[in-house]
Design a binder for this molecule. Structure first.
Ligand code: PEP
Ligand code: MG
Length: 752
């Protein structure tokens, strides 16, 4: 065992700590220098240097070094592909040389003081799909760095990429700009990312803490009457209806679902009826609304049932809406369009309202963000940042804000250069998305591979089709369940699935039944707190325990699929043949019920399963006999094979997609499917990773399902790959029994 190995864990911990240092007031040069020092220290290297790419010039610039001549910082530059460093950047792959100066690719740069260093290890740094730079370590002795160093550095770079991307960006703003206060405002503030994309606009502070309208005692000077109350309730109802209508196309899953509870409460005799009664008895309308609302809230929040407790959110939102509708709407008429909203409290319906009014971005001050709000802002493509700085609530109204939601950065009164940089960044992202694609995908040796899309929201269908996906390989049905405070009804789900099938118009579409639990906990389900949620009541286990919820979903899918072709249904996280048969029995029972009830439905759905648990591997042939198709969910399969939480960075080095057990497992699944002539696809993240595509195609996978934005790059990879070469490579991979051998082989993959 390598004696330096224990240090690598410390390296990862230190890195994690380091990323938290990059706040608005920290000095970026110091951050990069500390990174270089830390890495050098942990790897016992004589040199550690960080090169970052300059977006405008497309060249690498030495930005920090430990061990080389400090004068070289900001002076040494190179083009992509130039020297070992440029090669590492260009190809996005690690370079490890035991005797670098002898390498034909080595290039000497004046003034670096580089001559005596023989061992060389260079790791690319990328943030998302964007390459941002490289980190290099060097040592005087020959053959100093090992595979362990390589792996540790790669993991460390994954952790650091976001922070380094920030640093790079801030450096491009120029050294003349101190990261200090600019007429009382910081130039930059770091928050928590809650969505993607960037936006700039004038600040719009949500005029008051909405909750205080309900809980505060602020007595109003205005006297309201019973008819004001009726008008406020009517206005609230109109407002909700119009919001719902406006979003019917843009966000079909939530438009009807998000307000169901609101409408029900609004019509409830015991709610608005009770308020009216109190007003008739002489209670001031505002007090009557508050009184009844608080009573309901107290009642719901004290309930032992989680789904009842969740309802407090709906009651609060609705009551605040009624209260704010007492006021003359003129007070609200600020220029919402094109601005950035800053608020302390945000409900899903607020986001819809703000977006309908033309808001460009949202900052949430303090508090957490519920999964609903995060998902909504993402799906509406509204940048959202959570920042815990009360100064944000007192910004002068003319302040211009720029949000970089992917990083969680807020820029105050950004100058032209900053705005330009973001514009360029935005355009590059757009270009990546709209790259032209062929409608079918063939490898270099003319073998066809089918590319499908994974989608979570109906609004993603458009992009998937634009990027020529040949169908949907995975529709995750969780969103409608996550967006609201209770389970969606059969009718509500039916409408969603029907839209999906209508829009796909005969193209193959695979719907996965609810994969609740784990990180996708439904708070109202009553199972919010489990010690090990990933090993808990998640996915098909949840559905089979709550058959009525499962049946509701299956009935909705069967009904929506009526008269449609190529619709497939699959169950997630199947662990045994018994479980698959039990789930499939529910489908048969629901079909029979619908038949007896005389309700139109489909009789011809293919019923398959996701392969996500190692427990199915030893009986995979038997599964292939009973399932209509397999979809390999490598995200979970690797997590459960390795016993390493897929979301826990501390165990990221244990999450090894090229582990011999994973390789052989995938091969066994594909071979079993081939023997029985059933379809098999891969829909986990491995499917879009160029490191693993050669292996997957090499063992015979011919269908990959990926997030729509990856379709162009995956197609490019496949087009440049020979499947015959891939098969030869996969054969060697399958022979490897040790992780280290597989890691070595990974580097020999046929790189397109
Ligand atoms: C997987 O586990 O690989 C998968 C595709 O499912 P999810 O990411 O939704 O768990
Ligand atoms: Mg999964």
């Amino acid at each position: 065992m390598n004696t330096r190995e224990p240090d690598h864990l410390n390296l990862l911990c230190d890195m994690a700590e380091l990323t938290t240092i990059v706040t608005g007031n920290s000095d970026i040069e110091t951050f990069l220098a500390s990174t270089a020092t830390l890495v050098a220290q942990h790897l016992k290297a004589h040199v550690c240097s960080i090169y970052l790419v300059e977006a405008m010039e497309n060249r690498l610039v030495l930005r920090a070094t430990q061990g080389l001549n400090p004068e070289a910082v900001n002076r040494v530059t190179m083009k992509s592909g130039e020297g070992l460093v440029g090669q590492c950047f260009k190809n996005g792959s690690i370079i490890r040389e035991g005797n670098a100066t002898q390498s034909p690719r080595f290039k000497y740069f004046d003034n670096t003081g580089e001559d005596p260093f023989n061992s060389f290890l260079c790791v690319p740094i990328s943030s998302g799909v964007e390459k941002i730079g490289v980190l290099v370590v060097q040592h005087r002795e020959l053959d100093h760095f090992t595979l362990f160093d390589e792996r540790a550095l790669r993991t460390a770079m994954t952790q650091l990429a976001g922070a380094i991307d920030n640093a790079r960006f801030l450096m491009e703003l120029g050294p003349e700009k101190p990261l200090e206060y600019q007429s009382g405002l910081p130039v930059f503030l770091k928050g928590e990312p809650g969505g993607t994309g960037s936006a700039s606009g004038q600040v719009l502070i949500s005029s008051q803490d909405r909750k205080s309208m309900l809980y505060g005692s602020n007595p109003s000077n205005t006297i309201f009457t019973g008819s004001d109350f009726k008008a406020a309730v009517d206005k609230t109802s109109q407002e909700l209806k119009s919001l719902q209508a406006r979003f019917a196309r843009r966000l079909p899953e939530s438009a009807s679902l998000i307000f169901t509870a609101h409408f029900m409460i609004l019509k409830d005799k015991n709610f608005t009826g009770r308020m009216a009664k109190l007003i008739d008895e002489g209670v001031q309308p505002v007090s009557a609304v508050k009184k009844v609302a608080r009573k309901y809230i107290d009642l719901f929040s004290a309930s032992p049932q989680a789904y009842m407790r969740e309802k407090t959110v709906d009651v609060e939102d609705l009551s605040i809406r009624i209260l704010s509708n007492f006021q003359n709407s003129n007070t609200q008429k600020k220029t919402v369009k094109g601005s950035i909203a800053v608020a302390t409290e945000i409900y899903p319906s607020d986001i819809l309202k703000l977006v309908a009014d033309g808001i460009k971005g949202i900052i949430l001050v303090g508090g957490g963000v519920t999964s609903h709000v995060a998902i909504l802002s993402r799906s509406l493509q509204i940048p959202l940042i959570i920042a815990d700085d009360p100064r944000l609530l007192n910004l002068p109204l003319e302040t211009i804000l720029l949000l970089d939601a992917a990083q969680g950065n807020i820029y105050f009164n950004p100058d032209k250069k900053t705005l330009e940089l973001f514009k360029t960044k935005h355009q590059t992202e757009k270009q990546i998305k709209t790259q032209t694609m062929e409608s079918r995908t063939f490898s270099r040796d003319k073998r066809q591979v089918t590319l499908l899309a994974n989608i979570n929201l109906l609004s993603e269908i458009r992009l998937a089709k634009e990027l020529k996906a040949e169908g949907i390989g995975l529709y995750r049905t969780e969103f409608p369940f996550l967006i609201r405070t209770g389970f969606p009804s059969e009718a509500e789900q039916f409408l969603i699935y029907k839209q999906l099938f209508d829009q796909m118009d005969g193209m193959p579409t695979t719907v996965r039944t609810l994969d609740a639990g784990g990180e996708k906990t439904l708070a109202y389900s009553g199972y919010a707190r489990e010690a090990n949620p990933e090993l808990g009541l998640r996915s098909i286990r949840f559905s089979l325990k709550h058959k009525e919820i499962f049946q509701t979903q299956i009935r909705a899918i069967l009904r929506a699929a009526h008269g449609k072709k190529h619709i497939r249904l699959m169950f997630p996280l199947i662990s045994s043949i018994d479980e698959f048969l039990e789930a499939r029995q529910v489908v048969s029972d629901c079909t029979l019920d619908l038949e007896q009830e005389g309700i139109a439905h489909s009789n011809s759905l293919s019923v398959g399963m996701m392969i996500e648990l190692p427990s199915v591997l030893s009986t995979i042939d038997e599964f292939a006999e009973i399932a209509d198709f397999f979809a390999i969910g490598t995200n979970d399969l690797i997590q459960y094979m390795m016993g390493a939480d897929r979301a826990n960075k501390l165990v990221a080095t244990h999450y090894i997609p090229y582990h011999p057990a994973v390789n052989r497992g995938i091969n066994a699944i594909v071979k079993a499917a081939d023997r029985k002539g059933i379809d098999v696809s891969v829909c986990g993240e491995m499917a879009h990773d160029p490191n693993y595509i050669p292996f997957l195609l090499g063992v015979g996978v011919r269908t990959l399902s990926v997030d729509p934005q990856f379709l162009p790059s995956v197609q490019k990879t496949i087009m440049a790959l020979s499947l015959e070469e891939a098969a030869g490579y996969a054969k060697k991979m399958l022979a490897a029994t040790r992780v280290r051998d597989a890691a070595k082989l990974l580097k020999t993959r046929p790189i397109p």
